[in-house]
Design a protein around this ligand. Structure first.
Ligand SMILES: Nc1nc2c(c(=O)[nH]1)N[C@H]1C(S)=C(S)[C@@H](COP(=O)(O)O)O[C@H]1N2
Ligand SMILES: [Mo]
Length: 509
């Protein structure tokens, strides 16, 4: 009896779990649970419906889903008992019947489709599989010719149960998390952001910052090409309906803002280069985008910073943390709570609906995506996520120049445009210099920039007509706005960012 109950619940749970995973993976597919519940409602007598609404109010949807689940699990338990009591055919038939009812419920809802049926079909097959595997079934006849039963012994059954239970829980949880991405896509597509004062059209990317040289990364990197770094296995799906930001710790007036509170505040728009501390010399974990949002300094001012606050710890919905020096946020630069990237609401993977951007700090100490909490504290009070993992507490962006074109090893002759991008975020780039075969440093031509917070395009037109045929080394360095040249000594990315010259070779011929 208990074994039958357990088996039935496992088979049903595994079916529901895997079905949920399919819902999370396949856009436009549908869980059978809600439609079954809906059908059930349509046939519920009015008095019961009214009673339920009175009792549960706006939770009636949750109650409905719970009710449908309970009914399905009870059926599953009955099926399990049938299966261990020798009525296996009956158990299979009932499982299929439940699947068919689920499928019918899905199909009579508006806009039926095959994709919608998929989770129900897969779920029913998984339930059948579990029944077949864990219920005793007839084996070959013994020597006296009598039928025998085979199936898992007690230990195998327990192991199987634990395994299947875990699979059900994991697939169900994962599916449930992932399905929300389809809902967030919809919400994000419909979201209209407020205009930025003084901006006619948002995020127009002016050509004036481009040198027009083929092969150099575009001045503003489109959202789809922007590098992505985070610890999230599944991109968090955070609705503006439920999002809020708490500001607390060493402040006089702790506050909590909703998304509409944030949108009601004055908006700024700034072009800021974001880069990752793990970017190797010459790497592409760096990008430049136009961010719209609210100045963080104004908010912290309003919250009433207390003396002694040194570190601004921000936390994302998935528990990731980072700590930024308070000076970097309060010294007048445009640190912001960003809601838009290149004229669109933040893409989910870049932190929808709200992230932090601080010009001049590496991402791991500033750029919290899906941010939901800001706590003012001291340096010795808290170590953020990457600090105990061997990374520096402070991470100012290092001055760096990168060669984008030509690719190393390319064969060229005549006039060769050597070009790329260089950044010293918030200090600005004063000059970029190129040297061939470790000769003299020669100034490259720089593109225009809107501020010291962005990278700059550079190009050096190398005349190779007098140059010996064969391989030549090309190196580049940037000099920041304080006149400080980028250091030559190579360093690895840990603990506070790579260092050294980007170097390529060009084959003249
Ligand atoms: N919630 C959260 N935010 C995060 C991270 C993270 O792991 N989780 N990684 C940070 C790091 S290391 C970098 S470099 C930037 C990258 O931002 P992007 O993915 O939008 O380019 O996000 C930062 N924000
Ligand atoms: Mo990073």
């Amino acid at each position: 009896m208990w074994r039958g109950l357990g088996l039935g619940l496992l088979a049903t749970g595994a079916g529901l779990g895997v079905a949920e995973l399919v819902v999370g993976l396949v856009q436009d597919s549908a869980s059978p649970v809600v439609p079954v519940g809906q059908e059930f409602i349509d046939y519920t007598p009015a008095w019961l419906k009214n009673w339920a609404i009175e009792q549960f109010g706006t939770n009636d949807k949750a109650v409905l889903v719970a009710g449908a689940l309970i009914v399905i699990l009870i059926l599953g338990a009955i099926i399990g008992v049938l299966a261990v009591r020798g009525a296996r055919a009956m158990a299979y038939a009932l499982t299929i019947a439940v699947g068919v009812i689920g499928a019918c419920a899905v199909m009579i809802r508006p806009e039926p489709s095959l994709a919608k049926l998929l989770p129900t079909i897969v779920g029913a097959l998984v339930s059948l599989g579990v029944l077949w595997w864990l219920a005793p079934r007839p084996g070959p006849a013994d020597e006296t010719g009598r039928p025998t039963m085979i199936g898992p012994d007690r230990r195998q059954f327990m192991l199987g149960a634990v395994g299947i239970g875990s699979v059900a829980a994991i697939t169900g949880g994962l599916g449930w998390t992932m399905r929300r991405r389809f809902e967030i896509d919809q919400e994000r597509a419909e979201l209209v952001l407020p205009r930025v004062e003084g901006n006619e059209a948002s995020a127009v990317v002016p050509d004036e910052f481009s040198l027009g040289v083929d092969g150099i990364e575009s001045f503003v990197v489109p959202n789809d090409d922007f590098y992505r770094i985070d610890t999230a296995l599944v991109v968090p799906q955070v609705s503006i309906e439920t999002w809020s930001l708490k500001i607390g710790g060493l402040v006089d007036n702790p506050m909590e803002l909703t998304f509409s509170d944030l949108l009601a505040r004055p908006q700024i728009e700034r072009t800021i280069t974001l880069s990752c501390v793990s970017n190797p010399v010459g790497g592409d974990l760096v990008g430049n985008a136009v961010w719209q949002g609210v100045r963080l300094a104004d908010l912290l001012e309003e919250a009433g910073l207390q003396t002694g606050a040194e570190q601004v710890v921000s936390r994302s919905v998935d528990g990731w943390t980072c700590g930024s020096p308070i000076e970097a946020i309060m010294d007048g630069r445009d640190a912001m709570l960003a809601v838009a990237m290149n004229g669109e609401p933040l893409p989910a993977q870049h932190g929808y609906p709200v992230r932090i951007v601080v010009p001049g700090l590496f991402g791991y100490v500033s750029a919290t995506k899906w941010v939901t909490d800001i706590t003012l504290t001291r340096w010795d009070e808290f170590d953020a996520y990457w600090v105990p993992r061997g990374w520096s507490k402070r991470g100012p962006v290092k001055t760096m120049a990168r060669i984008d074109t030509p690719r190393s090893g390319a064969r060229r002759d005549g006039e060769v445009p050597i070009g790329g991008v260089a950044w010293a975020v918030h200090r600005g780039v004063e000059a970029v210099q190129v040297r061939i075969d470790e000769g003299e440093w020669r100034d490259a031509e720089l593109g225009a920039v809107p501020s010291a917070d962005t990278w700059v395009q550079w190009v050096y037109r190398w005349d190779t007509s007098e140059v010996e045929r064969g391989g030549h080394s090309v190196e580049v360095r940037a000099i920041d706005g304080e006149g400080e040249p980028q250091p030559e000594q190579p360093k690895a990315v840990a603990p506070d960012g790579a260092q050294g010259y980007h170097r390529i070779s060009i084959d003249v011929g």
